[in-house]
Design a protein around this ligand. Structure first.
Ligand code: FAD
Ligand code: NAD
Length: 395
């Protein structure tokens, strides 16, 4: 049949927005759309620091994909993508093969460990529902085990990297660890929470006044910062930082950055840290029918620096690409992708956050409320008021 086949790989922020915008505007028989994802649910990556620390239930952090897209219009395939064969216009799944005319790669990122010895093997990372369940369970286990063996290194928790993910996670942990200590009858003064950052500042590149506010707030909540000190190694008993100093800990969570999904490089696409420098139409170089959106894509902003990989840009790319694909199929004019930056809001745990919105700095409780609104708004965009209420968020 001559109906074009669109295959979307990954149902994260970029993939869901692409799928929803395609389904909204495509007429019957204009295209066959298939959405492939490793799980049958979509998780809210931007909230994963909470279930990781145990401050928000997992169930509030994901939703079944079949509740977000119309299965009469989009074929959902729950499978692992194992390879992309550009020459054959095929995608290999763990249990089959799909052919495509247009391919949307929206597979997100992989943790970037910069080859630090032992990091991949011994540190946790915040990247999926399963990975954050493992972190939360491991942390709780340390308190239980400490009661049995008295090993105080079980009560040390190290977070490697003080970018936004690291900062948001230590903010939650700073709330959660005292609760766990109380629950398990452990002296809270024995608990150590370390955030180690290689750059000269936490949140490198962010507004300095807000960085100071964030660090002061978190320090008061019990976080020990080590700034300007790189993590150099990780093993089952902790990390080596700076000039060989040790922080002994049974829990290390790596938030040192992300790179594009490895399938991108495996496919032979030209990439920088696993990310494809796409053109203004979100196409991979040399492949007019292959698009990369979300964390796997790289676009340079007007200041000559790459846009940071965020949910915000991923969503906008998904929407623009869907519109362009429909235009392409209809033989109409496509439009260049233009990023519209709505600002940044980062949580620092319960009731605390920092934000820059429309050039205005916001901190403390108002920023924390704004964060809730941003999270709820996302649920509204993908699932309407029904989803906002189902997940217990109130605007
Ligand atoms: P993802 O959302 O990661 O989706 C990728 C999808 O692909 C997933 O569903 C995954 O299961 C699937 N997948 C991966 N590999 C395979 C495979 N082999 N086969 C099948 N399926 C596969 N950004 C913001 O803008 N604002 C924020 O406040 C914010 N907060 C964040 C907080 C945390 C704790 C973290 C970790 C990130 C945060 N980010 C935030 C960044 C944001 O989450 C990412 O930029 C965003 O998730 C990227 O979307 P994506 O669609 O590219 O990838
Ligand atoms: P990141 O790359 O932004 O930050 C990683 C941090 O780890 C950097 O500060 C880096 O200097 C540090 N680091 C790297 N190697 C190190 C080492 N050896 N030792 C110590 N520190 C080291 O990664 P991220 O925080 O995971 O964020 C990924 C993307 O998601 C970013 O684009 C970010 O803007 C976005 N994000 C946004 C929000 C938000 O808006 N609230 C929250 C989380 C993530």
């Amino acid at each position: 049949n001559s109906i074009p086949k669109i295959v979307i790989l990954g149902a994260g922020y970029a993939g869901i927005l692409a799928a929803q915008n395609l389904q909204k505007k495509l007429k019957n028989n204009e295209a066959d759309v298939t959405l492939v994802n490793r799980h049958d649910y979509h998780y809210f990556t931007t909230e994963l620091h909470m279930p990781a620390a145990g401050t928000q239930p997992d169930e509030k952090t994901y939703e079944k994909i079949s509740n977000l897209v119309d299965e009469f219009k989009i074929d959902l395939v729950k499978s692992n993508v194992t390879a992309i064969k550009l020459d054959e216009r095929q995608v290999v799944l763990e249990d089959g093969v799909l052919s495509y005319d247009h391919l949307i790669i929206a597979l997100g990122g992989d943790p970037e460990t910069f080859g630090i010895p032992g990091m991949k093997e011994h540190a946790f990372s915040i990247r999926s529902i399963n990975s954050v369940r493992a972190i939360r369970d491991h942390i709780e286990t340390q308190f239980k085990e400490f009661k049995k063996d008295g090993d105080e290194t079980r009560l040390n928790f190290v977070v490697g990297g003080a970018g936004f993910t690291g900062i948001e996670f230590v903010g939650e942990l700073a709330n959660r660890l005292p609760e766990l200590a109380k629950q398990h009858g452990v002296d809270p003064s024995k608990v150590g929470l370390y955030n180690v950052e290689a750059a000269p500042s936490a949140l490198p590149g962010f507004d300095p006044e807000l960085v100071t506010y964030a660090m002061d707030t978190l320090t008061k909540k019990g976080v020990t910062f080590r700034i300007g000190v790189p993590v150099k190694g990780c093993d089952e008993n902790g990390v080596t930082v700076g000039e060989g100093e040790r922080i002994e800990a049974k829990t290390v969570v790596w938030t040192g950055g992300i790179r594009g999904n490895h399938l991108i490089e495996d496919a032979g696409l030209e990439a920088m840290r696993g990310r494809v420098k796409v053109d203004e139409y979100l196409r991979a170089p040399g492949h007019d029918n292959v698009y990369v959106i979300g964390d796997g894509s790289l676009m340079i902003g007007p200041e000559g620096r790459p846009y940071p990989p965020t949910a915000q840009i991923a969503m906008q790319q998904g929407e623009r690409l869907a519109k362009n694909l429909i235009a392409t199929i209809r033989g109409q004019q496509t439009e260049k992708f233009v990023f519209s930056n709505k600002g940044t809001v980062a949580s620092l745990g319960k009731g605390e956050a920092v934000a820059v919105v429309a050039g205005k700095k916001i901190k403390g409780w108002p920023a924390a409320q704004l964060k809730k609104v941003v999270d709820a708004r996302y649920l509204f965009v993908i699932g309407g008021m029904g989803l906002v209420l189902k997940k217990g968020r109130f605007l």
